[in-house]
Design a protein around this ligand. Structure first.
Ligand code: 5GP
Length: 114
């Protein structure tokens, strides 16, 4: 049996988190180590380790995550200026191997990112 990811344990309410949105396909909750006044994570309930593991049949789910991420920013009052980030692989900074979209807003977001 494969071990549940950290985010599956948050989805199962085994680990507490501040949940800001939930529907049948995904959960959004505040990041434990926020990098901006709004820093939420949108995660699919069906775990996909990283974007590069997604397959064509995941397309609707991936699109849904983006729509929910925009809604999370809007609901927090940052609908016009927010950044979505997805780290893919350890070399790009991914530390939790359950695909998640970072939603960052509420401070100047410079480019390029670090
Ligand atoms: P990654 O580095 O994989 O793109 O992002 C993982 C994110 O998960 C990090 O921003 C980190 O702060 C967040 N994180 C790690 N452990 C927990 C936790 O137990 N609860 C919450 N809410 N966020 C977590």
């Amino acid at each position: 049996m494969t071990q549940a990811t950290l985010f599956e344990r948050i989805i199962a309410r085994e680990i507490p988190a501040t949940i800001v949105f939930e529907d049948a396909q995904c959960l959004a909750f505040k990041d434990i180590n926020p990098q901006a006044p709004l820093h939420a994570l949108v995660v699919p309930k069906r775990p996909i380790p990283k974007v590069s593991d997604a397959v064509p049949s995941d397309a609707a789910l991936l699109g849904h995550l983006l729509l929910v991420a925009a809604q999370v920013a809007r609901d927090a009052g940052y609908g016009e200026a927010f950044r979505l980030a997805i780290n893919n692989g350890a070399g790009a900074g991914q530390t939790v191997f359950h695909l998640h979209v970072h939603v960052l807003a509420g401070r100047p977001l410079t480019w390029p990112p670090g």
